[in-house]
Ligand binder design. Structure first.
Ligand code: SF4
Length: 449
C-alpha cells in the first residue's frame, strides 16, 4: 500500500514516526508525500495541551476528503498521544478512523495494517499500558541528512504539576548506551551531520537502568565512537540533574556543542514549588554560572510559563529580573493551559487570560531586547555554518551554526562571494549583522576555495 504519514507535535513524535515509516517500508509498503496518492493515511498525534488536540482534530478533518468514498485512501489510522489519552472513544467521535495505536503500540503498525487489509474493523490497539521503547530499534531514514533527532529515553518520572506527559508516556524508560550508540552509528553511516539527543528530561537519562544519571557516560561513548566531524547537540536539560561530570564531558569534547536547552519554566521559588519543579531559582543560577564558566561561547536556550495559578505581580518581577540577570540567548514563553487530570488544573487562584497575556507580552518584549543585544555580541565572530537552503540568483544561503537548533532557533542568512556552495556542508562564516530574529553573515572567501 502507499501510505501518507503525517506527524504532529514534538521531535520525539517525529522519531516515532520515522520508526513506523521504516517498518512499513520493510514490510513492502511505500511512502508517498501527497495524501491524494495514498491508500493509507496515518496521523501521528500530539495531545500535550488542548491546542495540540485541536490541531490533531483539524488535521484529521482536513484529510477526510482523501479517504473513500471521496478520495482514494482505504484506511485512516491514528497513532500516538491522542489515542493514548482517549482510547476507543475516538471511534465514536470520528467514525472515519479505522484503527488506533497508543504510544506503547507503535511497534504494531505493520500488524495493524495487515489486520485492516484482512478485514478486521475497527482495529483497536488502544493502550494496554503507558510508555515503551521496543519500537525504537532497527534502521530508519531520518527526514533530513543535516540532522536527526535521537530519542534516548521515553516517558518521564518527574511530577511537574501542570504536565500530562507522565500520564501519557509513562515513567522514564531509558535505552541502553549500546543501543543508542548503534543507532547513532547507523545515522552517521547515512551521512547525517548532526545528532540531537532528546528525551523528556535528557539529564536524567539512564537513572532507571544504571541507578544514576548517565548522560555523561553516554556522551563519552558517542564522543569516542562517532566520526570526528559529527555534531552532537542535546535538548531538554533539567538544572537539578546537571552534574559536574556532565559539564566536564561537554567541555572536553570538540563535537558536543556548547549549546544547552534548559527549560526553567519560572524563576519564583513559590511558583516553581507549585509547579512541582525540583529546582530553586538559586540552583538554576548556580548551574548556569557553572555551565558558562566551563563552556566558552555557550548558547543558552530556555522556556518559561506565565499565568500559572497563584502567580502574582511579584512573581513576574522575579522572572523578569532573572531574565535580565541571566540573559538567555533564546527564550520561548507559554501561557499556562489547565490540563484535565493534572494537579495544576485544580489549583487556585486562576489567572485571567487578559492578565496572563499581558505577562506573556512583557516577557517577550524583555526577551526581544536581550536577544537583540546577545545576537549583536556575535557580530565579528567566525562560526561554522551548515547550509540548508538557498535563494537562487542572490547567492544567499540559509543555515545554522552550533548556536542554532533546528526548528526552534533563528536562522543565519549568509551572502557568499562564491557561488554553488554545497548544501549539507559546513563553511566558516563571519557574522556581520544581527536583528531580533536572524543573523547575517558572509562566507570567508579564503576558506571556501
Ligand atoms: S520534566 Fe516535567 S514538564 Fe517535562 S515531561 Fe517531565 S513532568 Fe513534564
Amino acid at each position: 500500500m502507499k501510505f501518507y504519514l503525517l506527524t504532529l507535535g514534538c521531535p520525539k513524535n517525529q522519531v516515532d514516526a520515522e520508526f513506523m515509516s521504516a517498518r512499513l517500508t520493510e514490510a513492502g509498503h511505500t511512502s508517498c508525500s501527497e495524501p491524494r496518492d495514498a491508500d493509507l493515511l496515518i496521523v501521528n498525534t500530539c495531545s500535550f495541551i488542548e491546542p495540540a488536540r485541536a490541531e490533531a482534530v483539524e488535521v484529521i478533518l482536513d484529510l477526510l476528503p482523501y479517504k473513500k468514498p471521496h478520495g482514494k485512501a482505504e484506511y485512516l489510522i491514528l497513532t500516538g498521544c491522542l489515542p493514548q489519552m482517549i482510547g476507543r472513544e475516538i471511534f465514536k467521535a470520528l467514525p472515519e478512523v479505522d484503527a488506533i495505536l497508543g504510544t506503547a503500540e507503535y511497534g504494531l503498525i505493520v500488524e495493524t495494517v495487515s489486520a485492516l487489509i484482512a478485514g478486521e474493523w475497527p482495529v483497536d490497539r488502544s493502550p494496554q499500558g503507558v510508555g515503551g521503547i521496543s519500537h525504537l530499534c532497527g534502521t530508519r531514514v531520518p527526514a533530513s541528512q543535516q540532522y536527526a533527532w535521537l530519542k534516548i529515553s521515553e516517558g518521564c518520572s518527574n511530577h511537574c504539576t501542570y504536565c500530562t506527559i507522565p500520564s501519557i508516556r509513562g515513567p522514564q524508560i531509558s535505552r541502553s548506551i549500546e543501543d543508542i550508540r548503534q543507532e547513532a552509528l547507523s545515522l552517521a553511516a547515512r551521512g547525517v551531520q548532526e545528532i540531537i539527543l532528546i528525551a523528556q528530561d535528557t539529564t536524567r537519562y539512564g537513572t532507571d537502568i544504571y541507578g544514576k544519571p548517565a548522560l555523561d557516560l553516554l556522551l563519552q561513548e558517542l564522543d569516542s565512537k562517532l566520526p570526528s566531524d559529527i555534531w552532537i547537540r542535546m535538548m531538554y536539560f533539567y538544572a537539578d540533574s546537571i552534574t559536574d561530570n556532565l559539564i566536564d564531558t561537554i567541555a572536553q569534547s570538540v563535537r558536543i556543542l556548547n549549546y544547552i536547552d534548559l527549560p526553567i519554566q519560572h524563576a519564583s521559588n513559590t511558583i516553581l514549588k507549585r509547579m512541582g519543579r525540583l529546582e530553586t531559582s538559586e540552583l538554576i543560577k548556580g548551574k548556569i554560572a557553572l555551565l558558562r564558566s566551563k563552556l566558552p561561547g555557550l548558547i543558552l536556550r530556555t522556556t518559561v510559563m506565565v499565568g500559572f495559578p497563584g502567580e502574582t505581580e511579584a512573581d513576574i518581577e522575579i522572572l523578569l529580573n532573572l531574565m535580565e540577570e541571566i540573559r538567555f540567548d533564546r527564550l520561548g514563553c507559554f501561557i499556562f493551559s489547565p490540563e484535565a487530570g493534572t494537579p495544576a488544573a485544580r489549583l487556585t487562584p486562576k489567572i485571567s487570560s487578559d492578565i496572563a497575556q499581558n505577562r506573556y507580552d512583557r516577557v517577550m518584549l524583555a526577551q526581544s531586547r536581550i536577544e537583540l543585544a546577545k545576537s549583536q555580541e556575535r557580530i565579528g565572530t567566525i562560526t561554522d555554518v551548515i547550509f540548508s537552503d538557498y535563494q537562487e540568483g542572490d547567492i544567499l544561503y540559509q543555515g545554522r551554526s552550533y548556536g542554532e537548533a533546528p526548528d526552534v532557533d533563528p536562522v543565519i542568512w549568509v551572502a557568499s562571494t562564491v557561488p554553488d556552495l554545497d548544501l549539507n556542508r559546513r563553511y566558516p562564516v563571519r557574522i556581520v549583522e544581527a536583528d531580533h530574529y536572524s543573523l547575517v553573515g558572509v562566507t570567508e572567501y579564503e576558506y571556501c576555495e
